[in-house]
Structures are given as C-alpha cells and as structure tokens.
Design a protein around this ligand. Structure first.
Ligand code: FE2
Length: 348
C-alpha cells in the first residue's frame, strides 16, 4: 500500500465529493451500537423547577409561543435533543396564560408534572390535565394550552423532533386565533374511544390513538391492581404500555410510551435495548444504574438511558416510572433488540 499515493487520491476525490468507504466502514457499520447519547439525570427540585420558575419571570408564554426548557443531552450539545431520535422539554404555563394554537408534523406527548386543571385543546376538544396524565397531540393536529387555574402548571413535552428533522419532513403552521374554537365537549374522545367501544362507522383518519388523555386516575389503579395480583417481572416490575385501542399498537406511531410500578425495596435485573429511553419519575424514590453511572432520583426527575447501555432500577419506596422511546419505529424496521441479564426460564 502506497500511503502517499492513497492520501493524494483521497484529496483528489474529496474535491469531487467522494470518499473511500474502507477508511470508515467500521464506524459506519459498527459491531455494536455506538452512540453519542450520554446517561444523564435532571433533578426536578434542584435544577428544573428553579430554572423554569425563573424563566416565568423573564418571558410570557405568549411571547415565547411555548415557554419550555429543553432537556438537552450533554452528548448532543446544540441539537436540542435528549436522544438521537427524541426531544424532551419541561413546559411552564402560569395562571391566566395561553400557549397559542399551532400545529406541526411532529407528534407530541405531555406528561403532567405539577398543577391541576389547566387544559390542552386538540382537534376542537379541551382536556383538563392532572399530574400523571399522558396527553397526546398527534401529528398535524391543532393544539393550544391554557391555564385558567390559580397555580402554575408544569408538564414534560416529549416529541419526535430529531426524527422528523432526520427525515426532512418538518412542517408547522400558526393558528388564526390564540385559542382554537371548541367544537366538542370535555370527555368526548374518551367516551368514543376509551370505553372498549368504537362508534359505528368510525374510520381511521390519521395514524395514532384517537384518545387524547391517558388519565392517571385510570393508570394508577390499573398499576395498583397488577401490583396486588401479580409477582413483579424480575426485569421490569409491573409494566404497562400505552396503546392505541383501535390497533393494540403503540399510542403514537413514533413514540412508544410505558409506565411501570416498582414495589418498595424492589430491584430490577439489568436489561439493555437498542432504544434510548427517557424516564420520568412519577412517584417514589430510588436509584437507577445506567451504564457506568448511578442516579438517585425523586419525584419528577428525568433521566436518559442510551441505546444498548445496561439499565436497572431500585426502589427505596414504592415507585412509578413513566418512559418513552422510539422502540415502535425500531420494531417496525426490524431493528429493535433487547438483552435481559439473568433471565428466568419463564422470562426467556
Ligand atoms: Fe406544539
């Protein structure tokens, strides 16, 4: 191999926008997932909440359009992303404020952290939000938020922004009015789609679940019943997925969301999977081992597990963790893999 001749060749073809694959093959096609995403943890009480409340004194929701602090992965600086494919941010809506109506091709989930009774409007229907609710605004649906209560409202926004950027398929549009006209009463979509029934003649008009609000008032008793009636799965505790009831698939096409209860003193066995995952602590205290790092967490903290990093959780008190990832997209593409440490026979 004539290194000087090769170097000259590389320089020459670079000017014609070509490059030798043999110099980068093992980076482009790595033997195992190689990711810039770092394990990271944000404390709600010490980091997120103080900064969010400070932002409330500096800019109004209307001025900001959305008053959100991006939870940016330190391995993805400047990209506004929590993982390669997903975005997470913490949004504050103060009493009397409106986050004006808009729509975009990105799908969003809201996981409610603090406050009670502010609303999200989607497709002409308002849904009041309570802590632990997961509210979804499917792609290209008009949505706005309003807080008519006397307390601040905080929720985590999870969006597929980096994924949509990757595909080059971002479109957005502002509404004509700050608040969209309301055409259906509170509870309408719940009655139609969350009662194990479907309206006669209903036909799907877009991807994803027609339910807007997966209420914690329903989720929590379901978890409690599982915890009473089952022994916990050694790797996941008592874990349930948020589904589109019309298909049994994930509630959103680009984001797979789940919630798990870990009994007091329970420690999960390590797992790893190819979907980098964003966790939100709903209840309880404990710690998680993510790769080489250990994070102690409390309610409302957020942490990220990168692709293929080993992860395990231990609960000091009974704990509930909400999580979301791009697992559904990976499964659809035949890419998703998982490894379970010390699997039980019944768990293989
Ligand atoms: Fe939005």
């Amino acid at each position: 191999m004539d290194k000087a001749a090769l170097g000259a060749f590389y320089d020459r073809i670079a000017k014609q926008d070509m490059a030798p694959l043999w110099e980068s093959l093992h980076v482009l096609v790595s033997q195992e997932p190689a990711t810039p995403v770092a394990p990271v943890h944000w404390s709600y009480s010490e980091a997120i909440r103080p900064a969010l409340m400070e932002s409330g004194n500096l800019i109004t929701a209307e001025e900001a359009e959305r008053r959100v602090l991006i939870l940016e992965n330190p391995g993805l600086k400047g990209q506004g992303a929590a993982t390669n494919s997903l975005y997470a941010g913490m949004q504050l809506l103060l009493p009397g404020e409106v986050a004006p109506c808009h729509r975009h091709t990105q799908t969003a989930l809201r996981f409610v952290i603090e406050g009670e009774g502010a609303y999200t409007s989607v497709d002409g229907e308002r849904t009041p939000m309570s802590p632990g609710d997961m509210v979804i605004t499917p792609q290209w649906t008009w949505h706005d938020h309003g807080n008519e209560t006397d307390r601040p409202m905080v929720w985590l926004d999870g969006l597929d922004i980096p994924m949509v950027r990757f595909f080059g398929s971002s479109f957005a549009q502002g509404g004509n009015t700050a608040q969209q006209p309301i055409s259906r009463p509170v509870g309408d979509s719940r009655a139609r789609f969350a009662s194990n029934l479907l309206p006669h003649g209903w036909e799907r008009s877009r991807a994803g679940s027609p339910i807007f609000n997966y209420r914690y008032a329903d989720t929590r008793p379901a978890l409690a019943t599982l915890a009473r009636n089952d022994t916990p799965d050694p790797h996941f505790g008592h874990r349930m997925r948020y589904i589109d009831p019309t298909t049994g698939g994930d509630a959103m096409p680009t984001m797979a969301a789940a919630i798990q209860l870990l009994p007091q003193g329970f420690e999960t066995r390590p797992t790893r999977s190819t979907d980098a995952t964003i966790f939100v602590v709903v209840e309880g205290e404990g710690e998680s081992r993510i790769g080489d790092e250990t994070f102690a967490w409390q309610p409302h903290d957020v942490f990220v597990a990168p692709s293929w990093a080993w992860r395990s959780h231990s609960a000091k008190s009974e704990a509930v963790l909400f999580s979301f990832s791009d697992a559904g997209v990976q499964r659809h593409c035949g890419l998703w893999r998982q490894e379970l440490a010390n699997p039980d026979k019944e768990n293989v």
